[in-house]
Write a new protein. Structure first.
Length: 247
């Protein structure tokens, strides 16, 4: 079983932000434990004796306004924390990959950017599982796991529709269950997905690549196409990695 842990960055309704990002971590079920263990170890180095209770939430770490991150007064030190969390992902097994969809909200008017990004990533996840089957004769199914949100009901319904009616790219055939929603405080991999989404958001919203560059090599990549990253926009020619890989 393969798992795709997803979280978002940016707000669909915030008029002060140009982008909404949904992104996360693609991992075989047995690998999730080992990634979580590495994150637990790192948390313990930051807060000895209390590391297991620490939630890695990139925007909160960056701002340093809430506990326990307000105890780290130096902003550069907090930036190093975000980078260190991403480095756990960057240095992990090559089979652990990432997926992301960045939606330029103004390009699509009243369309729901959350649902647009979710449909895109469901399709990419399904196609990845199909490639694994055809290339390795390994018939694995997948489950999508997301942080709890107000979109829980609508996204579960969408996933059911994808299996019967299909997405705009075809029927989804490799998901074993509707998406599962968990509390991010209880899942280190959701926290890692949060950092991936934050890195992608900073890249597209602010042109800040320092986090993105740490994990760019982890995007699903095949036949010179960056399958793991989508940039949805109507802005004309774009030089981002996703658009450039598709010509």
């Amino acid at each position: 079983m393969y798992l795709l842990y997803l979280d978002d960055s940016g707000s669909p309704k915030n008029l002060g932000e140009k982008y909404f990002v949904l992104a996360g971590v693609f991992v075989f079920e047995r690998q999730a434990h080992f990634i979580a263990t590495e994150m637990d170890k790192y948390a313990e180095t930051l807060f000895p004796g209390g590391g297991r209770d620490v939630e890695f939430h990139a925007s909160e770490i960056f701002s340093g306004r809430s506990a326990p991150w307000n105890s780290i007064k130096d902003k550069n030190s907090r930036i190093d924390v975000i980078a260190s969390v991403l480095k756990i992902l960057a240095d992990f097994d090559a089979r652990v990959e990432i997926f992301a969809c960045a939606v330029h909200k103004d390009s699509f008017g009243d369309q729901d950017s959350v649902e647009m990004a979710f449909e895109d990533l469901c399709s990419r996840f399904d196609k990845k599982l199909k490639r694994i089957y055809f290339e390795a004769q390994d018939p694995q199914r997948g489950i999508i796991i997301l942080d709890k949100s107000s979109y829980e009901t609508s996204l579960q319904k969408m996933a059911l529709d994808f299996k019967s009616i299909g997405t705009r790219w075809g029927i989804i055939s490799n998901l074993a269950e509707v998406p599962l929603f968990v509390d991010s405080r209880a899942s280190r991999i959701i926290q890692l997905a949060d950092h991936v989404a934050y890195a992608v958001f900073r890249r597209f919203e602010h042109g800040d690549t320092k986090y993105f560059d740490l994990i760019a090599h982890k995007f699903d990549f095949k036949d010179d196409i960056l399958h793991g990253l989508a940039h949805k926009h109507n802005l004309g020619r774009c030089l981002c990695p996703a658009c450039m890989s598709r010509g």
